[in-house]
Design a protein around this ligand. Structure first.
Ligand SMILES: NC(=O)C1=CN([C@@H]2O[C@H](COP(=O)(O)OP(=O)(O)OC[C@H]3O[C@@H](n4cnc5c(N)ncnc54)[C@H](OP(=O)(O)O)[C@@H]3O)[C@@H](O)[C@H]2O)[C@@H](O)CC1
Ligand SMILES: Nc1ncnc2c1ncn2[C@@H]1O[C@H](COP(=O)(O)OP(=O)(O)OP(=O)(O)O)[C@@H](O)[C@H]1O
Ligand SMILES: [Mg+2]
Length: 346
């Protein structure tokens, strides 16, 4: 299915914003629509001439005996957003459990092996993006292996989304990702505070989230940071975006995993499309905005059906319709007639 470009209108809209508005100036639904249009521009068309793998081969590095749900949520979300193949690199014990959730995932029981880094490295040439951290836990041996995987992936220039316990590792060793322009960090409230403390030496300044996210990004060499919360704040140290699209009041676990898996695919697509399709804005910033909007749209749709009983599995079922609504129609940005749902801070 082809996705319309619409780049001309967006270019002029964001061009004006870039020049005219300082970081803290809130914009309204028009800007939300402009940002969504940029996401639409990077979504690859579905076409008969394409072969399996071209829409994306994503690897999720995570999972341990305690947390098998998180890597599953991330990996299945990547597939449902549109990746062709989704791999999970996990521990020996967690692998059969994750495999049993879905025949669609390719699961490698290697993460606690002494040859973990080499075992994953073999696959890196075939992967377009990695999502590191969902359900990883904090075992020292696993973290050491993940450190090696991060270094090998960085050397190869593979885009990396780092979430959950991957962020714990980054807080211990920020040099691992310092200055790597193809990384996106997706901290929740607690993870952001931990990173800010480790990298900036400050506790979180809750009064000025834009500034905090921007400072963290800058201190890490302008990596892209998504601070999740009531509003998601995204920055690459220069530009900042906020996504406050209506989601739901349910705070069940796993929604961040859905976001990180979706972002793995969108990051690959956006980098492939390049800044020409994102009107000069950072492709990763646009991808992150898309993943936040999509996660919140899934939450909203799932909540409309299931209310208080909504779980992340219900949200994953909404990925197809939510994606279609946001990125394959021109009617997505108004959320079906509700009040403004997003702002752009440039
Ligand atoms: N089904 C699965 O397998 C899932 C597995 N998961 C995996 O679990 C691992 C640990 O990840 P995690 O996010 O639970 O982090 P963790 O450091 O234990 O902190 C938790 C504590 O932080 C707090 N807190 C959290 N948010 C806050 C906020 N916004 N604002 C304020 N406080 C907040 C809150 O503290 P409390 O309210 O208890 O004081 C909470 O108890 C990781 O690998 C992850 O991927 C998850 O992905 C879910 C699905
Ligand atoms: N108060 C809120 N209101 C609306 N949406 C929220 C709120 N807090 C978080 N979200 C949304 O939920 C999604 C996941 O964010 P959250 O902070 O729950 O991540 P997390 O703690 O890493 O989740 P996980 O349980 O997967 O580890 C994001 O898309 C975010 O926008
Ligand atoms: Mg999380």
């Amino acid at each position: 299915m082809a996705v319309s470009s619409g780049c001309g209108a967006v270019r002029s809209c964001l061009g004006v914003l870039n020049r005219a508005f300082p970081l803290h100036t809130a914009r309204s639904v028009t800007d939300m629509e402009a940002a969504l249009q940029l996401v639409r521009n990077v979504v690859p068309p579905l076409a008969a001439w394409k072969h399996k793998g071209q829409a994306g081969r994503i690897g999720v590095v995570g999972g341990c005996p305690e947390y098998t749900g998180a890597p599953y949520f991330a990996a299945i979300s990547a597939l449902k957003v549109g990746a062709d193949l989704s791999h999970v690199f996990t521990t020996q014990d967690a692998a059969p459990v994750i495999k049993s959730y879905s025949p669609e995932l390719i699961v490698h029981p290697v993460l606690d092996s002494p040859s973990a880094v080499q075992d994953v490295e073999k696959w890196l040439p075939r992967l377009h993006a990695l999502v590191v951290g969902p359900g990883l836990g904090r075992d020292d041996v696993l973290l050491e292996n993940v450190k090696g995987i991060l270094e090998a992936s960085r050397t190869r220039g593979i885009p990396i989304v780092i979430d959950a316990d991957g962020l714990w590792l980054v807080a211990q060793q920020p040099a691992l990702i310092q200055g790597y322009q193809k990384v996106v960090l997706t901290p929740n409230h607690v993870e952001f505070s931990r990173l800010a403390e480790a990298v900036l030496g400050d506790p979180l300044d809750g009064r000025d989230r834009y500034r905090s996210v921007q400072r963290l990004s800058q201190a890490l060499g302008n990596v892209t940071v998504v601070q999740k919360g009531e509003q998601d704040v995204i920055s690459d140290g220069g530009q900042a975006l906020t996504c406050s699209r209506e989601g739901s009041g349910r705070r069940c676990g796993g929604q961040g995993d859905l976001l990180s898996g979706s972002l793995g695919v969108l990051a690959h697509w956006a980098l492939l499309a390049g800044p020409e399709k994102t009107n000069g804005s950072s492709p990763l910033l646009v991808a992150a905005f898309g993943a936040c909007a999509l996660t919140r749209q899934c939450a909203r749709q799932a909540f409309q059906k299931h209310g208080r009983a909504t779980t992340t599995t219900d949200m994953i079922r909404e990925l197809g319709p939510a994606f279609s609504r946001l990125f394959e129609t021109s009617a997505g940005a108004d959320g079906g007639g509700v009040a403004p749902t997003g702002e752009l801070h440039l």
